[in-house]
Design a protein around this ligand. Structure first.
Ligand SMILES: [Zn+2]
Length: 346
């Protein structure tokens, strides 16, 4: 495998064989994947040296996904919902073209990145021409405001939501604000969004970014009543957070997601004093990272840590085998396939 590929240690393989291989379903649908190639960025663009995409040669391609998944999940059938990386310099048209070209609308699906300044006409054209099923906004696309003051409606203007409602599109939403899922404005804004545009399907990325336990407790009850709200589990390494979600939110609207390729780095997200940090086995800058420069421990991939945490959560919450299989495939695949069929006759 190329140097940007993944190589597994004996310890990684032993973990997979012992804890995951016999438990994981045969099919895994990853509802949160960042895929893009260099055509998405201006000529001469380079990520900073410690940006995680540098680990993979400055891009995250369809081919890398296939190689990484073959290494991490030998013998499994993979599906995915992918989008570019929401970088200010990314060309959103080019990113939509790449995502569309690497999606078949059968087991692989794509979204376009969107900024509040994108007109609904531009958005609809990208979705139809590239045969995508929705869009992904991001806080950094909101300009002219203090980033901490940004609220959900600033990221998703009404004109874009009207389009999402009219076409029944999916939106993967990385919510703003320091208090994340527990922020009262976010709670209000999410309920209002789901009620005002009931045919738009809102996927709350990373369980609303609740990477520590107190951030999720009591915060899913109102949201659970919105039939068009979904959760993805991307980068949640915390078994209690996952268990809580499985016990307080309709299981058929919880989607396995990874945040690949970030999840292919070695590390683990841990709760510390009502916060969280990414303990890193590789020196990449991903948010609140603490790098183990002394190599005190041997890390495995975030991806495996997530799967192990999910297994514990599913066991403790008493999921049936059918519910586990739905979490890893049917929930997300059914959502994406339904939209693709309606929109593109695919
Ligand atoms: Zn992501």
């Amino acid at each position: 495998m190329a140097e940007t590929g993944l190589s597994l240690t004996a310890r990684d393989r032993a973990l997979f064989e012992r804890d995951l291989s016999g438990w994981l379903p045969e099919r895994l649908f990853d509802a949160h994947v960042h895929l893009f190639d260099r055509s998405t960025f201006p000529a001469g663009f380079a990520f900073p040296p410690r940006e995680c995409y540098q680990r993979f040669g400055g891009e995250s391609t369809h081919e890398l996904f296939a190689d990484a998944m073959a290494a991490l999940l030998p013998g499994r059938t993979l599906g995915r919902l992918a989008f570019g990386t929401p970088h200010r310099q990314a060309d959103r048209d080019a990113a939509a073209r790449y995502t569309g070209a690497t999606s078949d609308n059968r087991s692989t699906f794509g979204m376009t990145l969107v900024a509040p300044s994108d007109s609904p006409e531009v958005l609809e054209r990208r979705i139809r021409e590239c045969r995508l099923i929705g869009f992904k906004p991001y806080r950094s696309y909101v300009t002219g405001m203090d980033p901490e003051a940004v609220r959900v409606p600033d990221m998703l203007p009404a004109a874009q939501m009207e389009l999402a409602d009219a076409l029944g599109l999916a939106i993967t939403l990385h919510i703003p604000k320091e208090a994340r899922l527990a922020d009262p404005d976010n709670q209000r804004d999410l309920l209002a969004l789901c009620r005002r545009w009931p045919r738009a399907q809102i996927i709350l990325a990373h369980i609303g970014r609740a990477y520590w336990f107190s951030n999720v407790v009591g915060q899913l009850d109102a949201l659970a009543d919105c039939p068009n709200l979904w959760l993805d589990t991307a980068m949640v390494n915390h078994a209690e957070v996952l268990q809580y979600a499985l016990e307080h939110f309709p299981r058929e609207r919880i989607l396995f997601g990874s945040d690949a390729p970030i999840a292919w780095l070695r590390g683990k997200s841990v709760e510390i004093n009502d916060q969280y940090a990414y303990l890193m086995g590789e020196p990449y800058a991903i948010g609140s990272a603490i790098y183990d420069a002394e190599h005190v421990v041997q890390f495995t991939f975030f991806y495996y840590e997530m799967l192990c945490a999910l297994r514990q959560a599913c066991d403790r919450a008493g999921l049936s085998r059918a519910e586990v299989e739905a979490l890893f495939w049917d929930n997300a695949h059914g959502l994406c396939r339904g939209i693709a069929r309606r929109l593109h006759g695919a």
